[in-house]
Write a protein that binds this ligand. Structure first.
Ligand code: IFM
Length: 446
């Protein structure tokens, strides 16, 4: 049976600048925190970096053709801040801006709707040296950078996403140090969450001030947190995990306040957290949509050894992807319906969903039934949510093509297109052909 999606449903794929572009030091681009982090031995599992990645900077035209072959209606990409402002602020690097103009022109000519993410983790290193996201000034520089993008590209890009997954780049980058800039300090991480949210708000304000025709939102990685048992300590642990990863970001944006319960937990752990009411007004400025990145749920248990939240997620032993993440499609339905219940019927886009599996190139083909199955089951849950009145408007598969998976380097492949890195050849996987059919039928067959 074919489960059909609404007529104007937007099917797309997503990528991010550092993960695919390469050309890390070309045409005046300045270094980003990821250039510095990957060039420091020991940070990336396979010792690799994004210097070349998928060489998309030089191959974007070929990649847009690939998107046409896949029938994509939209493409979500990110803009590299240090390509536009090599030092993070100051004067614009015209050559960097021109790259995105060429890309967006190619997309528009192919009738593929551009969704631009302003920040997907590649902070200019020069700003990190001034304190990075732990410094409030970064929010202001981000707003200035966004303003330039809206002015230069606002007419040709109808959808803007301020930040991708602020929880990940702040907690992993400043709290536990497994992402750039590699800092390990919960206090700094908390400050970084605040400046990141303020940056988002200031960018929304800049967008509205220009009166450009289009929409603006933010992308959050949201994870249903399930308690490992009925024991009170596990239930409370799951609650703290939810507060830290989900509500710490949703509440300020949609309710105009940070969860008091978590502020108290921070205080008990010696982390002070000051909130300025003027900032809160900016952070909670109305947005046009929420981008949701969904990959899995977490099953959470009490663990006194984990600082601050005394909670950890249990690693699944079966039914998981190469990332070790449980395959749990029902969580997508649960998440979408809980957003409506707790925050209202906000227009939503799934801005990322996908999976890493061991792919093998055999006779120029990649047979990846697990990824096809993963996608199919998640599409069905999205369908259910729409049927139940959720205002879900689009779905972006992560990722268009295999790419640099942060601390995992090139060891994990998320693409529906295989990238043969030595030759840079793109080969559409079985899941890519499957997705093309889903788009053609505007529905999922089960
Ligand atoms: O590759 C990342 C992406 O950059 C952000 N969201 C999760 C993906 C898979 O880990």
């Amino acid at each position: 049976m074919l489960y059909e999606f609404p007529k104007d449903f937007i099917w797309g794929c997503a990528t991010a600048s550092y993960q695919i572009e390469g050309a890390f030091n070309e045409d005046g681009k300045g270094p980003s925190i990821w250039d510095v982090f990957t060039h420091t031995p020991g940070n990336i599992i396979d010792g690799s970096n994004g210097d070349v990645a998928c060489d998309h900077y030089h191959r974007y035209a070929e990649d847009v053709k690939l998107m046409e072959t896949l029938n994509l209606k939209a493409y979500r990409f990110s803009i590299s801040w240090p390509r536009i402002f090599p030092e993070g602020k100051g004067s614009v690097n015209k050559k960097g801006l021109d790259f995105y103009k060429r890309l967006v022109d190619a997309l528009n000519s192919a009738s593929i709707i551009p969704f631009a993410t302003i920040y997907h983790w590649d902070l200019p290193q020069a700003l990190e040296e001034k304190g990075g996201w732990a410094d409030l000034d970064t929010s202001k520089y981000f707003a200035d950078y966004s303003y330039v993008l809206f002015k230069e590209l606002g007419d040709s890009i109808p959808f803007w996403i301020t930040l991708n997954e602020p929880a990940v780049f702040t907690y992993l980058g400043y709290g536990i140090g497994v992402h750039a800039p590699g800092k390990k300090d919960s206090g700094l991480a908390t400050k970084a969450t605040y400046s990141a949210l303020l940056a988002h708000g200031l960018a929304v304000e800049a967008y509205r001030s220009l009166g450009v025709k289009g929409q603006i939102g933010i992308t959050l990685n949201l994870t249903p947190m399930h308690s490992a048992s009925n024991k009170e300590e596990d239930i409370l642990s799951a609650r703290r995990m939810d507060l830290m990863w989900n509500r710490w970001f949703l509440d300020p944006i949609f309710k105009g306040s940070f969860p008091q319960e978590f502020i108290e937990l921070l205080a008990k752990n010696g982390i002070s957290f000051e909130v300025d009411s003027e900032h809160m007004k900016k952070i909670s400025l109305k947005i046009d949509f929420l981008g949701v990145n969904y990959y899995t749920r977490n099953i959470v248990m009490y663990d006194p050894k984990v600082p601050l939240i005394n909670a950890r997620s249990i690693e699944p032993t079966t039914n998981k992807t190469e990332m070790g993440w449980e395959i749990y499609p029902e969580g997508l339905y649960e998440l979408l319906t809980s957003i409506k219940r707790d925050y209202g019927n906000i227009p939503l886009y799934i801005t990322e969903n996908g999976s890493a599996f061991k792919d093998e190139l055999i006779d120029e083909k990649v047979d990846d039934p697990e990824r096809e199955d993963y996608l199919k089951r998640h599409f069905y849950q999205a369908y259910r949510a729409i049927k139940d009145g959720i205002d879900l408007k689009g779905y972006f598969v992560w990722s268009l093509m295999d790419n640099f998976e942060w601390a995992y380097g090139y060891t994990k492949r998320f693409g529906i297109v295989y990238v043969d890195y030595p030759t840079q050849k793109r080969i559409i996987k079985r899941s890519g052909y499957y997705y093309r059919k889903v788009i053609e039928y505007n529905g999922v067959e089960l």
